[in-house]
Design a protein around this ligand. Structure first.
Ligand code: NAD
Length: 288
C-alpha cells in the first residue's frame, strides 16, 4: 500500500470543477481523506452520495481543521468572501490553491484578505470544463490531457507549488506555469472573447426573431460556432466582471479588425477578405 500524497484535502465548492477534482483524486487514492464544503445542502448530500468526497461540512472552519491542501472551486465572485473567511482561521501550513477562470482578481482578493498574498497560495486554472455545472456533472477524468495553468508569484513557496502541480498531474493534466497577467490576457483572447461573441451573436439574432424561427435554418457552422453560448450564464457574467481589463484590451483590438472587415465588405475589397480568410485558415490548420 502506497502512502497517500495528501492526508486531508478540502475542496470548497462542489460544482463541476471542485467535484471533478475531488472525485478524480479520491478515485486514484491520492488522499487519505477528501472533505467537501458547499453552501448548498443539496450539493453536500449529492457529493457524499456520488462518492465525490468522504464527508462534507457546512462550515469552512470545521472542514479546514487539519487540512494539508485546500482547493477553492467556488464561483469567481465568491472567492473574495471565502478567502476572507480563510484568513481568519488558523490554517497551519496548509497549501491553498484555486481553480478560478481569471487569476488577477483572485490574487488581488488573496492579497487583500491576508494582507499580502500568502507564500502557500498557488493560484491555478484548469483549462477544462463543459457546458454542464453542479456536482452531478463531476467527472474524475475531466482534466485528463487538458492543460492546467498555475500562476505562481515571486513569493510562492516552491514546495507548495510542487504539491499542487503534482496533484493535477495525478489527474492526467498537462501543467504549465505562467505569470498572472499573461494568463489573463491569453484567456481573454482564446476563451473569454469567443464566449462573448457566441453569446452576443445568438442573443442578437434571437431577440429580433420571435419564436426563434430563424434557428431552424442554422447549419453546422452556426452550431459549431455557437456551442459555447450554451455555457452557464452566471459563471460567464462572473468572468467578465473579474477579467475586465484584459477582456477590454482584446475586444478593442478585435473590434478594429471587425470594422476593417466591415469596410472591406462595404467597399467590395475582395483582396482584404481573401487575405484575412487565408491567413485564418493557415492559423487554424496550425492548431487543429
Ligand atoms: P459550479 O456552479 O458548478 O459550482 C460552484 C459550487 O460552489 C456550487 O456548488 C455552489 O453551491 C458553491 N458555492 C458558491 N459559493 C460558495 C461559498 N461561498 N462557499 C462554498 N461553496 C460555494 O461552478 P464550476 O463550473 O465548478 O466553477 C467553479 C470555479 O471553477 C469557478 O471559479 C470557475 O471560474 C472555475 N472554472 C470553471 C470551469 C468550467 O468550465 N465550468 C473551467 C475552469 C475553471
Amino acid at each position: 500500500v502506497t502512502t497517500p500524497l495528501v492526508e486531508r484535502l478540502v475542496v470548497v465548492g462542489l460544482g463541476l470543477i471542485g467535484g471533478s477534482f475531488a472525485k478524480g483524486l479520491r478515485a486514484r487514492g491520492v488522499c487519505r481523506e477528501v472533505v467537501g464544503v458547499d453552501l448548498d445542502p443539496q450539493a453536500r448530500r449529492m457529493a457524499v452520495k456520488l462518492g465525490v468526497v468522504d464527508r462534507c461540512e457546512e462550515r469552512l472552519a470545521a472542514a479546514c481543521e487539519g487540512a494539508d491542501v485546500i482547493m477553492l472551486a467556488v464561483p469567481i465572485l465568491a472567492m473574495e468572501r471565502v478567502l476572507g473567511e480563510l484568513a481568519r482561521l488558523d490554517l497551519g501550513d496548509a497549501v491553498l490553491t484555486d481553480a478560478g477562470s481569471a487569476k488577477g482578481n483572485v490574487v488581488r482578493a488573496a492579497d487583500a484578505a491576508f494582507g499580502g498574498v500568502p507564500a502557500r497560495f498557488v493560484p491555478g486554472h484548469p483549462i477544462a470544463g463543459s457546458e454542464q455545472s453542479g456536482v452531478e456533472a463531476a467527472n474524475g477524468e475531466l482534466f485528463k490531457r487538458h492543460k492546467v495553468i498555475l500562476t505562481p508569484l515571486p513569493q510562492t513557496d516552491a514546495v507548495a507549488l510542487q504539491r499542487v502541480d503534482q496533484l493535477w498531474r495525478e489527474l492526467g493534466a498537462d501543467v504549465e506555469h505562467m505569470q498572472v497577467e499573461h494568463h489573463d490576457q491569453v484567456l481573454a483572447a482564446t476563451s473569454h472573447l469567443p464566449h462573448l461573441l457566441a453569446f452576443g451573436l445568438v442573443d442578437s439574432l434571437a431577440k429580433r426573431n420571435e419564436n426563434l424561427e430563424i434557428f431552424r435554418y442554422a447549419a453546422g457552422g452556426f452550431r459549431d460556432f455557437t456551442r459555447i453560448a450554451g455555457s452557464d450564464p452566471v459563471m460567464w457574467h462572473d468572468i467578465f466582471l473579474a477579467n475586465r481589463e484584459a477582456v477590454l484590451r482584446t475586444l478593442d483590438v478585435f473590434r478594429d479588425d471587425l470594422d476593417a472587415l466591415r469596410d472591406a465588405v462595404d467597399a467590395g475589397d475582395g483582396h482584404h477578405l481573401l487575405g484575412v480568410f487565408t491567413r485564418a485558415r493557415v492559423a487554424r490548420e496550425h492548431f487543429s
